[in-house]
Design a protein around this ligand. Sequence first.
Ligand code: ATP
Ligand code: ZN
Ligand code: MG
Ligand code: MG
Length: 462
Amino acid sequence: MELEKMDENDWRYHGEGNRSLVVSHVQNSQVLRLLKYPMDDTTDQAFRHIQNIVDYSKNVMKPLLGEECVHHGVSTFHPRTLQGPALGLPSQFEVWRESRCDKVMDTFSGCALCLPNLTQLSACRLSKRSPQLCIEIKPKCGFLPFSQHVTQEVKRRVCRFCMHQHFKLANGKWKRMSRYCPLDLFSGNKQRMYFAIKHLLEEPQNNFKIFTSGELIYGCEDDRAKQQDLCELAQRLRPHFPSGQPPSNKALLSELIQAIVGALLGTLEPGHAGEPQRRAPAESRAYCQGSPLHPELLRNVVGSPGLPKHCILYRILQTQMLDSLDIEGVYPLYRRVEQHLEEIPKDRGRLQIDGPYNEKFLEKVVNCPSEDDGSVEYAVGKIHQYRVAMTAKDCSVLIALAPCGQDDTLEPSLEIQPSKPGFTSSVSILDLDPKPYENIAHQYKLDSKIVTLASHLYREGQ
Ligand code: ATP
Ligand code: ZN
Ligand code: MG
Ligand code: MG
């Protein structure tokens, strides 16, 4: 795409995460993702960094998660003038900047990642004339660690998200607890999934967003009154519902939740390599003690079939489960690699510690032996797997919903399935950046802090 020729006024603020700021084109269904790291890199380095992200999405995450739901995008140069004021950012932007972080945005390197605007595009694919409704869920880790290296017993009862909630609350990151538990969402049980999404709606934090026509209408706002929000939301969603609408706001939101559950459980097209199935051992629990759901409801579903194969959540969960050792098992391997690199620094390239993220890298991930033979290759293989799993624990699912039967321009070649009668849906996955190798030391320390706090809160036998 010839961005150089584009007018900077065509772009406006779309959203952001910890690592990037996203601007969308006012007419084309495209977004630019600008990196937020403090970048004193040269343009060359910055460009390579973006290209690494593209390669990783394309060559590593896409084969694991499925061709049809990953858009790897292209690295590109954006107009150098594309900066805060030109984007009409100052008001929203400065507020965000203050509250979010001290990170400097990558406005000067001139490099960005160009992606289709998935909050618009998927819905366009579904139905040309219908209003666009898009839900974003950041589901986080959907299983309890089953590694023998886990030392703290609480990690086998309470999931990472629920433990992390307490930690974030204690540290002032959020003012209210989320009642969402990923194990409910990934359970495959429609009732538990329903409640998981309801809890996301009630307290979205940064795990749940709603877009209409590409514009964010609902998401992270810590201060507003909940009740007010949901009524207002239901009103705004009304035009996006099929005719014969549910009479009450409550019924409307309930229908929305059911449509989301349907989309998450829908069958994706084959075409996916079909990785060997990874299963948690039978003794590992399928429910979390941090979930607010009634213990009876949770217990009843133990032994239930779980997620259907070929749905998007199943693929994400399988990829997350590449983390078979837990950070407690991975950290000693990281130390082994560090020691090796001290002795033979040039091995960093051969072992592909920082890429390149190509087919060979994927091979190392997929074919890593399960037994530790004491080698540095084993250690690196496990670390690669861990990092891939971390990416899958941090990605977002985008669900585009369109009322069906509104027009008949559905394109037959595209993968569309009925979710809940009344809506058709299309799903995709975004935010598939590689997690830096160096993060492992930080993750190890953070894990210990989170778990220490949780083990006080959830004493055994409680
Ligand atoms: P995190 O803090 O979750 O790691 P991040 O900094 O890596 O986030 P992204 O999650 O990729 O950044 O992007 C931030 C937000 O921008 C997303 O949550 C999503 O709402 C929006 N966004 C990103 N990519 C796209 C896209 N291709 N189409 C539409 N919206 C997008
Ligand atoms: Zn939980
Ligand atoms: Mg994200
Ligand atoms: Mg990210």
